[in-house]
Design a protein around this ligand. Sequence first.
Ligand SMILES: Nc1ncnc2c1ncn2[C@@H]1O[C@H](COP(=O)(O)OP(=O)(O)OP(=O)(O)O)[C@@H](O)[C@H]1O
Ligand SMILES: [Mg+2]
Length: 235
Amino acid sequence: MMIATQHVTMRLEAGGETVTILDDITLDIPEKQTVAIVGPSGSGKSTLLGLIAGLDRPTSGTIWLNGREITQLNEKTMARLRLANVGYIFQSFHLIPTLTALENVSIPLELAGDRHARQRAIELLEAVGLRHRVSHYPVQLSGGEQQRVAVARAFACRPPILLADEPTGNLDSHTGQHVIQLIMALHRDAGTTLVLVTHDQQLAASMERVITLRDGRIGSDHLTALSYDESDDRL
Ligand SMILES: Nc1ncnc2c1ncn2[C@@H]1O[C@H](COP(=O)(O)OP(=O)(O)OP(=O)(O)O)[C@@H](O)[C@H]1O
Ligand SMILES: [Mg+2]
């Protein structure tokens, strides 16, 4: 399995009370699968994605990424493992404002010790249609352009896993579609396992599997018609 969780529970203290945000989540996601996580606001989607990325630790339960158990790792080991395995796209882009588009994309490559970081970052920006924007800062880019930079950054180290939290949530539908097409093209080229949180039913239905969260539990988990379709022409 590329991603596995076993009995994952997340509890937080809020206002003197313990709130259960995720309750006994057990999941297996095989290599290359495309998965949508859907569910009402507050059902725990972002929390689950953050746990899978190792950005947070569950209260109990176990998580494996690419065969490695991550719940006991220290920060430094986790950061290294994340760099090698996980690309993460946030709803609100999360680019570093003081760095240009090129620098935002080349940073993970430099951290990974890639000697051709700059060249590869340029190629990635070209792939997302932003060759002419390499020296622009995030404030000089539109929302859609910023998200395309974020897509390029997430794929920079060719991660086997891509996690995307409402990647089109802040974009108009046309721009959103463009960003999704980019994500799907990169997924197909690299065989990336894709887990995408969305409120968009149509987008969810274009994944091979849809998992619905309700109040921190798995409400349903099913394969879509697409999972049986071998055609490469999914969007
Ligand atoms: N640090 C925190 N402390 C207390 N409660 C939190 C914290 N982070 C999240 N929560 C609560 O956990 C629940 C799940 O939050 P989460 O962000 O995972 O939901 P979501 O499904 O992503 O919602 P949305 O669709 O609105 O993004 C919410 O009720 C939220 O208020
Ligand atoms: Mg969320």
